[in-house]
Unconditional design. Structure first.
Lengths: 520, 306
C-alpha cells in the first residue's frame, strides 16, 4: 500500500511529491555535519540549529527569532547591572522525567568554564564573575559567579555590566546539561542511547554525514507538533538545491546564487529571503605602509560602489551596508560612512588627490594584494572591487585561499587588504568590539586608536542599554572616517521552504526552531 | 614463492610507514590548525583545547605517540567530530564507500565485458564503431562532470532517483553508475582488443571449422584467454574504485570515508585525515599484494625464482 501511494505521489507532482518521505517527518537540509551535539563544545551555526531544538537555556527564541523567556519564567537585574536573578519555570523536567533545577544550571555553567571541558566558546560567558580565571585554571569552578538559591532560583553574578545577557543566554553555551547522566556515563552522555535533554526534541539517532534524527520530547512544557525531525548534512549549495527540488528535504539553506532569478520566476512560493545580522567588510592592515596612511585607506574606500557590488555583480540579494554595525541591529542607529552624497566624478577627483598626497600617481601606481576566501561569489566581488580601484590607477592582485588559510593568515596579520565577515548578534558592541586594540588577533588589521578604545571601555562599564548604545554610536562615528575597515554589505539568507510548512518566519537571526513548525 | 611474497609484504609495510609519516608531517605544515575559525579564541581557551588533544607536546613526541597508537589499532579521537573516535567514523563510513565502490566494480565489469565482447567479435562493424565511440567519451568524461549531469537528468528532471544521501536501494543506483563509467570504458576497450586478437588464434579457427555454435566458442575458447588482461587490470581498478569515491561522495552527499577525507583536510582534523589515509593506503597496498600473488601463481618465472 505504501509503495502504491508513493507511486501515485510521483505521478502527482514533479517537485514535492518525493517518494522518500513520510507525512509526519520533517526533513531539513543543514549546511554540513555537526562536529558535536555537546552544547558546551559546539562551535558552528549549523550545530546551533540542532541544539536549539534539543535544549532550552534560560532564554530562548520565539518563532520569529526574538529573545523570550525559556527555562526561566522571569528575571530581575540589580541597579548596578551586576546581579541577575532568574526564576525558573515551574515543573521543568529532563526528557527522562527527572526534575530540572537551578542546580543543573550551576553545574552546566561550571562545566562550560572548566578548562577540562576545553570549550572553544567558553568566552561567551566571560562576563560572569571570575569566569576568565576559572577558564584559565587559576580559580576552582566553584569560584564562578553562579549560584542556586533554591531549586527554582538561579543567581548570575557578573564581573562587569552586560545588558545583552538575555541574548547571550540564547546560545548553546548557556544550555543546561544532564548532570545525572554525565556523572554516570561520562563523555558517552552524548550518544543517542544515553541521551537526555530539556528541549522540545531529544536525539534519536545520529549517523555521521548521513543524518541526525530528533524525536519529540513529550515532557517538554509545550510539546511540538511535528513528531520526527531529520537534519541532513548537505555537502554544498548545489546538492541542497537538487535535493530540495527532488523533494528529499523540505527546507534548505543557501542554494547557488545563480539560480535566484530562475527560482523567483518559477518557484516563487518556495523562496524565502531574509537579511542576516552580519557585516562583510574589507580590512586594511594598518601596521604596514601604505595602509597605515588614513588618506590611502579613504581613497580606496571612496571608490567602492556598494549598490553596484550587490545589485549588479553579486545579484544574490545581499544588501549594501555603509556602516560597520549592520543596519538591522535593534535599538541602535548606525553611523553611515562619510562621502555618501558625492558624485562619481567628485569621488575620483578626491581619491586621486588623496593618493597623490601619499605619493602615488600614474608613474608610480599603488600596487596591492586583495585576499579573499575561495568561492564564486567572493571572487566576483573581488574582481569588481579591483575594477573600482582601477579607476584611480590602483593595480590590484587577487589572492584567494581556502577559509582556514585565509583567516589563519589574517589573524597573523599577514595580508594587505582582505575580505572578512562578522556574523551573529543583535547588538552594536559585537561588531564595534572588533576594532578595539586589546581584542586580539581578530582585530586583523591591528587597528589602534586610544580615543576609540576609551569610548568602548566606557560603553562596557555602562549598565543602561540606551546610554551604552549612545556611547557606542559615538565610537562608531569616531572610527568610520579612519577607515580601518570598509563595510560592504549584509548577507541575505536565501532559503527554499516547502509551502506546506506552516510557522516558518523569516528573521534576521535565521533561526527556525522545529517546535513552531507544523504541516498545513 | 613464500620468499617472494614475504619480500612484497615487507616492501608494502615500508611504503605504508613512509605514507603515514609523510601525511603526518604534511598535515602539520598546512597553515591553520584544527581549532581555527572566524571566531575569536582567547589564549586560555586555545591552551585548553591544545592540552585536551595533546597538541601542546613537541611534534616529534606527537608523531611517536601517533605511531604507537596506530600499532595498537587505535586511530585516535577526531579533533573536529568531537563526539566520535576516528575508529567509529571509519566503521560507519567504510561500508558505504565499499558498497558504492563494489557496485561500481560490478557494473564496470558487466558493462565493460559485454560491450567489449560485442565489439570485439565483429571488428569494424557498426556495433564496434558505436562501442568504441561511447567508450572514448566514457574515458574522457570525469566523474565530476558525469555525476552532476546524472543528478540533473535522473533526479531533478525525471524524478526517478534521489539526488543524494543513503536509505533505500534507489540511493545506490546513480553513484556507482557515475563512478564506474571510465572503468567500464577501459574494460570494454581491453576486452575488445583481446577478443579480436583471440578470434584469429588457430584454436578458435579450429573450433569454428568444427562447426561449434558461436556461444560455446565464446565461452570455452575466447573468453578464458581474452579476459586475462582484464583480470590484471582489475587489481588496480578495484583499489581505485573502492578508494576513488571521494568525488562521488561529495556530489551525492554520501556518508562514506571519502567525504571525511575532504572535510578532515579542510578542517585540519589531523587524526581523521590520518585515519582515512591509513585505511586507503592499507587497502591499496592490500590490492597490490593480491595482484602480485596472483601473478606469482600465473607466472612460472616468479614461482621458480621463489
Amino acid at each position: 500500500m505504501k509503495t502504491c501511494l508513493a507511486g501515485l505521489l510521483i505521478l502527482a507532482g514533479p517537485y514535492f511529491a518525493g517518494p522518500y518521505l513520510s507525512a509526519q517527518t520533517l526533513h531539513i537540509g543543514n549546511a554540513g555535519e555537526p562536529e558535536t551535539l555537546d552544547p558546551h563544545r559546539y562551535n558552528l551555526r549549523l550545530e546551533e540549529t540542532i541544539l536549539t531544538d534539543l535544549f532550552m537555556g534560560l532564554t530562548t527564541f520565539n518563532a520569529t527569532g526574538e529573545t523570550v523567556p525559556g527555562s526561566a519564567a522571569s528575571w530581575d537585574v540589580s541597579d548596578d547591572g551586576l546581579t541577575w536573578t532568574f526564576q525558573l519555570r515551574e515543573g521543568l523536567q529532563w526528557s527522562d522525567g527527572r526534575p530540572l533545577t537551578a542546580y543543573d544550571f550551576v553545574f552546566a555553567f561550571r562545566r562550560l568554564l572548566d578548562p577540562d571541558t576545553a570549550a572553544s566558546l567558553a568566552y561567551f560567558m566571560y562576563m560572569l564573575e571570575n569566569a576568565e580565571a576559572v577558564n584559565a585554571g587559576r580559580l576552582p569552578t566553584s569560584a564562578l559567579g553562579v549560584q542556586a538559591t533554591n531549586a527554582r532560583e538561579l543567581v548570575l553574578k557578573l564581573g562587569k555590566p552586560y545588558p545583552y545577557l538575555p541574548e547571550r543566554l540564547l546560545y548553546p553555551t548557556g544550555h543546561p546539561v544532564p548532570r545525572h547522566v554525565i556523572e554516570k556515563v561520562g563523555d558517552n552522555w552524548i550518544k543517542p542511547e544515553h541521551w537526555v535533554s530539556n528541549g522540545a526534541y531529544a536525539l534519536a539517532d545520529w549517523q555521521p554525514q548521513s543524518h541526525v534524527r530528533l524525536i519529540r520530547n513529550e515532557l517538554f512544557h509545550a510539546p511540538a507538533a511535528i513528531e520526527t525531525v531529520v537534519y541532513h548534512p548537505l555537502a554544498n549549495e548545489q546538492s541542497a538545491y537538487n535535493r530540495f527540488r527532488t523533494g528529499e528535504v523540505h527546507a534548505v539553506g543557501n542554494f547557488p546564487a545563480g539560480e535566484l532569478d530562475w527560482i523567483k520566476a518559477n518557484m516563487g512560493d518556495r523562496l524565502r529571503l531574509s537579511p542576516l545580522l552580519s557585516i562583510v567588510y574589507l580590512v586594511f592592515n594598518t601596521t604596514t605602509a601604505p595602509f597605515s596612511d588614513v588618506g590611502v585607506r579613504q581613497a580606496l574606500a571612496m571608490m567602492i560602489d556598494r549598490r553596484v557590488l550587490t545589485d549588479q555583480v553579486q545579484r544574490s540579494g545581499n544588501q549594501p551596508n555603509p556602516s560597520f554595525v549592520p543596519e538591522i541591529v535593534d535599538q541602535y542607529q548606525p553611523v553611515a560612512l562619510p562621502n555618501g552624497t558625492m558624485s562619481q566624478a567628485e569621488r575620483i577627483a578626491k581619491a586621486l588627490q588623496l593618493l597623490a598626497a601619499a605619493g602615488f600617481d600614474e608613474a608610480n601606481p599603488l600596487n596591492l594584494t586583495l585576499r579573499y576566501v575561495s568561492g564564486t561569489e567572493a571572487k566576483r566581488s573581488s574582481l569588481a572591487i579591483a575594477a573600482f580601484w582601477k579607476r584611480i590607477g590602483v593595480e590590484t592582485q587577487l589572492h584567494q585561499s581556502e577559509l582556514k588559510v585565509h583567516f589563519a593568515d589574517l589573524r597573523q596579520n599577514d595580508f594587505q587588504v582582505a575580505q572578512a565577515g562578522w556574523f551573529g548578534e543583535n547588538n552594536a558592541e559585537h561588531y564595534l568590539g572588533l576594532l578595539v586594540s586589546d581584542t586580539g588577533n581578530v582585530n586583523y588589521g591591528r587597528y589602534h586608536n586610544a580615543a576609540y578604545d576609551d569610548l568602548m571601555a566606557r560603553a562596557r562599564r555602562e549598565a543602561d542599554l540606551a546610554t551604552r548604545n549612545a556611547i557606542l554610536r559615538e565610537a562608531e562615528r569616531l572610527v568610520l572616517p579612519e577607515y580601518p575597515v570598509i563595510p560592504l554589505y549584509r548577507v541575505m539568507i536565501r532559503r527554499l521552504v516547502d509551502p506546506r510548512l506552516q510557522g516558518w518566519h523569516e528573521n534576521p537571526r535565521d533561526v527556525h526552531p522545529a517546535r513552531f513548525l507544523n504541516w498545513r | 614463492m613464500a620468499r617472494y611474497l614475504a619480500a612484497r609484504l615487507g616492501y608494502s609495510l615500508i611504503t605504508f610507514w613512509v605514507i603515514v609519516t609523510l601525511v603526518f608531517f604534511l598535515m602539520r605544515l598546512a597553515p591553520g590548525g584544527p581549532f581555527d575559525g572566524e571566531r575569536r579564541l582567547p589564549p586560555e581557551v586555545e591552551a585548553n583545547l591544545n592540552a585536551a588533544y595533546n597538541l601542546d607536546k613537541p611534534l616529534a613526541q606527537q608523531y611517536v605517540d601517533y605511531l604507537s597508537m596506530l600499532l595498537s589499532g587505535d586511530l585516535g579521537p577526531s579533533f573536529r567530530q568531537k563526539d566520535f573516535t576516528v575508529n567509529e567514523l571509519v566503521v560507519s563510513g567504510l561500508p558505504v564507500s565499499l558498497t558504492i565502490g563494489g557496485l561500481a566494480l560490478l557494473f564496470a565489469v558487466l558493462a565493460g565485458v559485454s560491450a567489449g565482447l560485442t565489439a570485439g567479435l565483429r571488428p569494424g562493424s557498426r556495433a564496434d564503431i558505436v562501442v568504441m565511440g561511447v567508450t572514448n567519451i566514457g574515458i574522457a568524461m570525469p566523474t565530476i562532470i558525469v555525476a552532476p549531469l546524472a543528478i540533473l537528468l535522473f533526479s531533478v528532471t525525471l524524478n526517478w532517483l534521489p539526488a543524494g544521501g543513503i536509505g533505500s536501494w534507489r540511493h545506490y543506483v546513480l553513484p556507482p553508475l557515475a563512478l564506474c563509467l571510465p572503468f567500464a570504458a577501459a574494460i570494454a576497450r581491453l576486452t575488445r582488443g583481446s577478443v579480436a586478437e583471440t578470434l584469429s588464434e588457430p584454436h578458435v579457427r579450429t573450433a569454428r571449422s568444427k562447426g561449434l555454435p558461436m556461444h560455446r566458442i565464446v565461452r570455452r575458447h575466447i573468453l578464458p584467454i581474452a579476459l586475462l588482461p582484464v583480470l590484471s587490470y582489475l587489481g588496480p581498478a578495484a583499489a581505485a574504485l573502492l578508494t576513488g569515491s571521494v568525488v562521488v561522495e561529495q556530489v551525492f552527499d554520501l556518508p562514506g570515508i571519502g567525504r571525511y577525507f575532504v572535510q578532515g583536510a579542510l578542517n585540519r582534523d589531523y587524526t581523521l585525515v590520518m585515519g582515512v589515509v591509513v585505511v586507503y593506503a592499507g587497502m591499496i597496498l592490500l590490492f597490490n599484494l593480491l595482484v602480485d600473488s596472483t601473478y606469482a601463481r600465473l607466472d612460472p618465472r616468479i614461482r621458480l625464482s621463489g
